[in-house]
Design a protein around this ligand. Structure first.
Ligand SMILES: [Zn+2]
Ligand SMILES: [Zn+2]
Length: 82
């Protein structure tokens, strides 16, 4: 499963259009807060709706499991592609 567009929209609004990543292995301190382009597209993705708990591990498609991440941060997650 993937997030519904509604969930992604809600997560986007919660994120304020900025990367929500708080991973320590990215190099940023605290939250990334990179400003993201709202005009995301499947070609040339600018940000990702990321599953915090991967679907393989039983993660849900709910808003609480959805993080808006910039491309660089998404590559730093352990479940890249999820
Ligand atoms: Zn980021
Ligand atoms: Zn990050």
């Amino acid at each position: 499963m993937a997030f519904s567009q509604e969930t992604i929209d809600q997560a986007w609004r919660r994120a304020g259009g900025k990367c929500e990543c708080t991973l320590k292995n990215c190099g940023h301190t605290g939250r990334c807060n990179k400003v993201l382009d709202p005009r995301n597209s499947t070609l040339g993705k600018k940000w990702y709706a990321h599953h915090v708990v991967s679907q393989d591990a039983g993660g849900s498609d709910g808003l609480d499991n959805c993080l808006i991440l910039c491309v660089g941060c998404h590559e730093n997650t352990g479940s890249y592609g999820g």
